[in-house]
Design a protein around this ligand. Sequence first.
Ligand SMILES: *Cc1c(COP(=O)(O)O)cnc(C)c1O
Length: 422
Amino acid sequence: MTHQPAIPTLTAADPEIAGLVEDEARRQAEKIRLIASENYVSQAVLEATGTVLTNKYSEGYAGKRYYEGQQVIDQIERIAIDRAKAVFGVDHANVQPYSGSPANLAAYLAFANPGDTVLGMSLPAGGHLTHGAGVSATGKWFNAVHYGVRKETGRVDFDQVRDLAKEHRPKLIIAGGTAIPRTIDFPAFAEIAREVDAVLVADIAHIAGLIAGGAHPSPVGHANVITTTTHKTLRGPRGAMIMTDAEHAKAIDKAVFPGLQGGPHNHTTAAIAVALAEAAKPEFRDYAHQIVANAKALGDALIERGFDLVSGGTDNHLLLVDLTSKQIGGKPAAQALDRAGIELNFNAVPFDPRKPFDPSGIRIGTAAITTRGLTAEHQPRIAEWIDRTVAAAAKEDEDAIGAIAGEVRELLSAYPIPGYRA
Ligand SMILES: *Cc1c(COP(=O)(O)O)cnc(C)c1O
């Protein structure tokens, strides 16, 4: 048994599931995790998610619940809210959204009606499904208009944002996305939102930890509403928060409950509180800056090996690599990299001529490898592995790929993860 915390009772009661949990713990330890939306939570966060708090129903908010027995839960939720307010410097926080997608839905529900116009970043440019993509409820139920990036720079085209905003007068403008390697210019979005009287929603799901640690500018004071997941760079449990200025607080609370959800997941709320206490520590500032330093070092090393980075580099935790010049698609590359012990995802690049399920790029993030202690000096080695794997995949050389997996395991054995003991 190697999962931490140990799971002896689960192993006795349900060996099939326990065995798979152990397998996943080992897999997470032995692979180099470059999935930009993933991280490793601390043992304290893991323990909080596995508590009896999961047994409790608490529809409503602290002090006005629809179930009795909230003496303890109210305290936990208030602590989580206070910590969110302190870490991000906001007037108001709602810690109940089940995940990032429902958090965004709550913002729509609060400030738009079905059929209203919303303006978000397009999926191929780096936006999220919930920013009005056609396959998403947000694209089906709202009139979604999309901005993108400039072809030459790979950066948001603010002339286009302004033109679209003036033409379509959206109720909501959404700033942020899932595959944006550059600093998000919240003041520029805020200026446009003010011009057209739209509510500005900053979706900081990817960069919340960088903002908490001072490694990315904050949207506070610019965005009316800030949505975020808690499980990406912020390094908390799977969950979400919505933060607002005082003016927009009530509408968001009503949208989350009773508008969209029933009872909050109290074990998650407790784990969010734990993660926020970790994010308030000075070490977390070092962590956030190290994530960015690692991404820059990895980007430089990849460029040296002839890889094309969208926008030419990174300001944050994320790299978007266009593999066109390497004569391999994103999907076969990502699959070969997984066999080489390097876990990431295939991703569309802006103006991608290929289909979303077989796009031209891969997305890389450094939040998880930074948690396990890798630094800038390790990045040339990772770039070398990526380069060798991509070349081996093009030649269908499985032996070479297997050899890289061994080298990856060897390096990582010196950098344990919370949640697993070898
Ligand atoms: C991850 C992400 C979400 C959605 O979060 P889920 O928890 O997967 O629902 C929303 N917006 C952005 C920008 C994201 O990166």
